[in-house]
Design a protein around this ligand. Structure first.
Ligand code: NAD
Length: 504
């Protein structure tokens, strides 16, 4: 039977996507549209407007006007807190619809978005609830006068201004929330650009925010591809801050583009995160299933923090590989609306070609292909499917071990002792995440402290709305989550006040 997502498109009532500028939905000034092709079937799912440079200008101008007017940042704290909580409630109410839209956008299966917290609608709602709590706590410090005498020295946190928030396609719920919630809590205004590969979900999330009562101009949306739409945004002189999640290459471009006006920049980029599996792992089978699951289930390895390098101690190497193969064999593909389907296709044909190219490179470089390595055929031929792929005996200096593949490809590297494990783990240009599997708590903490990565999981991994998330080295700049997000969307101001005329 040929795979089709058309009935679902009708059941969620998908309509053409528009821009949202200064409180109005509209088609954009150029009349150009982008047709989204479904990753699992190649079918046209829907169309949305491609913003022109003048639409981006209008979005930034609306955000600037709203920021200067203070309608949002100066509104009663109680009003803003309630709005953010109300929105969290709306997200929860519309969770099923949003998950269906996501399946139409990026083909992440409902089985995954309904069960894994980090990619759920619930996590987005929790992030909004969490940040609602910051609205009336953006405090500064009062310091004793350094020079003695009668004066006050204090600091204030002020909203950073107009924020350009640029999203990738892979985790729209969490990543929308990680940018929009703290930006709004801090009193900023926003111009949002979703990925061209995941637009419909984000537009619906915006509609719900409007329903929650967000004032006009506070959040504006421009849709379309990175070039020209994202480019127009990151080079815009009136944007104060770019908050970006996406690939390292675009992150570099954003740093370049920020130089002209010295924009503030936060970058959440890619990774080549290691899982360090020691012989004393409390449950080796579970460790293998966790590592392989993160590289195959749900997003098919198209997840920034997936542990795509498994460093495995020699004593348990063969046992790990056998368990890893067992897990790989259990992964199912197909219609994302089918509850039995566990993994997605790759997002587009370009990514499919890229991943197949890395698999060929791995073979050429002498790694041992243990399972997979091929595009899936049969009913799945029209989609961008690649099966779970495990390479053993991978050289940590090879392409497979060094580059972010963003596909269901696990590189397994053997190690002898703790020192070697840490050296191999840190021998990478990236530093987003890592996992340590060991029953020895002292070792697990010792190793965690030595790893040059932003988030470490010990015998498991979880995203928490109030914990900072971000990368060391080329995995990014800055942190998102909890208080670190508030810092990212505010400027610190020092105020000095003499209390007598003598101090002037
Ligand atoms: P991408 O860099 O291709 O695109 C991300 C966004 O940037 C999209 O909205 C795109 O349209 C836009 N863009 C592209 N070129 C641009 C330009 N010149 N100027 C401005 N905007 C531009 O990334 P992707 O394929 O959507 O996502 C995958 C990447 O994101 C991976 O590298 C992954 O590791 C990373 N990622 C990181 C995190 C994290 O939290 N660290 C989370 C998810 C994804």
């Amino acid at each position: 039977m040929t795979l089709t997502v058309q009935p679902h498109r009708e059941s969620v009532g998908l309509k053409a996507g528009q821009l949202y500028l200064d409180g109005q939905w509209g088609p954009g000034s150029g009349g150009e549209t982008w047709t989204h092709l479904h990753p699992a079937t190649g079918e046209a799912v829907g169309e949305f407007a491609v913003a022109t440079a003048s639409d981006v200008d209008a979005a930034v101008a609306a955000a600037r006007k709203a920021f200067e007017s203070g309608t949002w940042s100066n509104a009663r704290a109680g009003v803003r807190i309630k709005l953010l909580h109300r929105y969290a409630g709306l997200l929860r109410e519309h969770a099923e619809e949003l998950r269906a839209l996501q399946a139409l956008d990026n083909s992440v299966p409902l089985s995954f978005s309904g069960s894994i917290y980090a990619t759920s609608v619930e996590v987005a709602a929790d992030v909004f609830d969490h940040h609602a709590g910051w609205v009336d706590k953006l405090g500064g410090q009062t310091l004793p006068p350094y020079q003695g005498g009668d004066h006050l020295a204090m600091t204030f946190r002020e909203p950073i201004g107009v924020v350009a928030a640029i999203l990738p396609w892979n985790a729209p719920f969490l990543l929308f929330a990680q940018k929009v919630a703290p930006a709004l809590a801090a009193g900023c205004t926003v111009v949002l650009k979703p990925s061209e590969y995941c637009t419909f979900t984000v537009l619906r999330m915006v509609e719900l925010l409007i329903e929650a009562g967000l004032p006009e101009g506070t959040l504006n949306v421009v849709t379309g591809p990175g070039d020209p739409v994202g480019e127009a945004l990151i080079t815009h002189p009136d944007v104060d801050k770019v908050s970006f999640t996406g690939s390292r290459g675009v992150g570099r471009r954003i740093i370049e583009a920020s130089a002209g006006t010295l924009k503030r920049v936060s970058l959440e980029l890619g990774g080549k995160s290691p899982a360090l599996v020691f012989a004393d792992a409390p449950n080796l089978g579970l460790a293998a299933a966790t590592v392989v699951g993160a590289v195959t289930m749900g997003l098919s390895g198209q997840a920034c923090v997936a542990n795509t390098r498994a460093l495995v101690q020699r004593e348990v190497y063969d046992e790990f590989l056998a368990a890893a193969q067992g897990m790989a064999a259990a992964i199912t593909y197909g219609d994302p609306f089918d509850p039995g389907v566990l993994a997605s296709p790759l997002i587009n044909p370009r990514q499919l070609e890229r991943v197949l190219g890395y698999i060929e490179k791995g073979k050429e470089e002498g790694a041992r292909l243990v399972t997979g390595g091929e595009r899936l055929g049969g009913d799945l031929t029209a989609g961008n499917f690649v099966g779970p792929t495990i390479f053993a005996d991978v050289d940590n200096d090879s392409t497979l071990a060094r580059e972010e593949i963003f596909g269901p490809v696990l590189a397994v590297v053997p190690f002898t002792d703790e020192e070697e494990a840490v050296r191999l783990a840190n021998d990478t240009e990236y530093g987003l995440g890592a996992s340590v599997f060991s029953a020895d708590a002292q070792r697990a903490f010792r190793v965690s402290r030595k790893l040059r990565a932003g988030t470490i999981g010990i015998n498991g991994f979880q995203v928490e709305p109030h914990l900072p998330f971000g990368g060391f080295k080329q995995s990014g700049l800055g942190r998102e989550g909890g208080e670190s997000s508030i810092e990212a969307f505010t400027e610190l101001k020092s105020v000095y006040l003499p209390l007598t005329d003598e101090m002037m």
